[in-house]
Design a protein. Structure first.
Length: 166
């Protein structure tokens, strides 16, 4: 892994709906699949690809603070006017707009590099001080996202922020 490929950028994500499965017992992607059928969940999410939100795409996962605990979710963003099917076990929720700090590493070989790269991105994301860029965390209002597509996107953790007001 080349540490120089780790990056931090800012991205704005508008308000949208999110159609997904929330799992209070899961802390991460691997844990999530202990409680859910990967073929069923991923099959539905993949079927939504053509109408998925352009920024919060199909197979975007993440964490939302609920009663002081991070709850892991998996699914897809959809436009605010979405009125299509909601399969059993899925919920649709409205998410606020926010700026996000995006912690990323580009395309990599999942089989040989996943532990090093995911660990490095997550260490950077969870230990970063946003005040160095003029922001503060906005996680009490918004969720964290995880984008995991090693072959085309790489790996990203997105944390919501807002400008520090003086």
């Amino acid at each position: 892994m080349e540490k120089s490929k780790l990056a931090v950028s800012v991205e704005h994500i508008p308000a949208h709906k999110y159609l997904g499965v929330w799992e209070e017992k899961a802390d991460n992607y691997g844990d999530f699949w202990k409680y859910h059928n990967c073929d069923e969940v991923c099959g539905f999410v993949t079927s939504m690809d053509k109408i998925a939100h352009p920024i919060v795409t199909a197979h975007t996962a993440g964490w939302k603070q609920v009663d002081g605990k991070n709850v892991y979710f998996y699914g897809t963003g959809v436009e605010n006017d979405y009125d299509g099917p909601i399969p059993e076990g899925f919920e649709i929720r409205e998410f606020h707009e926010s700026d996000y700090l995006v912690f990323s590493y580009p395309v990599f070989d999942f089989m040989t590099e996943k532990a090093d790269i995911m660990g490095a991105v997550e260490a950077l994301a969870w230990n970063f001080d946003p005040t160095s860029m003029g922001y503060e965390w906005n996680e009490h209002n918004c969720q964290d996202y995880q984008r995991h597509y090693p072959e085309k996107l790489g790996y990203q953790v997105l944390r919501p922020v807002k400008k520090v007001t003086k």
